[in-house]
Design a binder for this molecule. Sequence first.
Ligand code: ADP
Ligand code: ADP
Length: 229
Amino acid sequence: MIALEHVSKTYPKQATPAVRDLTLEVPDGAIAMFIGPSGCGKTTTLKMMNRLIEPTSGRILLAGEDVTDVDADSLRRRIGYVIQQVGLFPHFTIGENIAVVPKILGWDRKRVTARVDELLHLVGMEPREFRDRYPRQLSGGQQQRVGVARGLAADPAVMLMDEPFGAIDPITRDRLQDEFLELQRQIAKTICFVTHDLTEAVKLGDRIAVFGPGGVLEQYDTPEQVLTN
Ligand code: ADP
Ligand code: ADP
């Protein structure tokens, strides 16, 4: 489980907080959707969870442990991160891109290679065909699958996904969403998923937090409740 307790973040030189007194909980194996317009602190919230930035106040607990007490390598292993622009390194092959975190963690070469192939299979890409290609040789949808594979590389308990399908055409996005739900049935990660698309939130979410200008406005335990409001 990942939990935020009264978390606030004010960036340096900013008058108003980007995140204000946010308390929420994502149970193990649940997909929590963070939905809302741009600028409401969704990305800031994810980045605090994996300590890319520090909260101004409040606590973030990963399986009951304050993330400030978890060392960086351990956090990398336990929390995967997938972003919209994929962020694949252009001069790395697909295999090398997926291997970034395992290599940081010092896995030996055999283990890394086996894991890369396993992950490519998991996201529906034949390893022999794709392992040695470069990102520019892949479609947007394929790159996004690689982004998901990279996020899963060290088998994290928690996945943070920041509009992973946001830059993808609607038809491919719909397919990626279906694949993602199928994948989640197999891997059952605890997922925080940022979107500004209500349809996506309802389709994928087990629970939904609605972000708005003054902070998180509403939290729903089932996606249906969003639609009735
Ligand atoms: P969202 O993900 O909902 O679009 P963000 O978390 O990206 O929102 O941003 C929340 C607010 O914090 C915005 O007003 C944004 O301009 C501000 N912000 C984000 N990153 C920084 C930064 N590095 N320095 C200053 N302000 C920032
Ligand atoms: P760079 O800073 O050059 O992008 P890093 O070594 O910091 O390279 O990160 C490489 C990849 O590792 C990132 O693209 C991201 O997917 C993953 N990563 C980095 N930091 C974290 C983190 N705190 N939690 C989870 N994944 C992370």
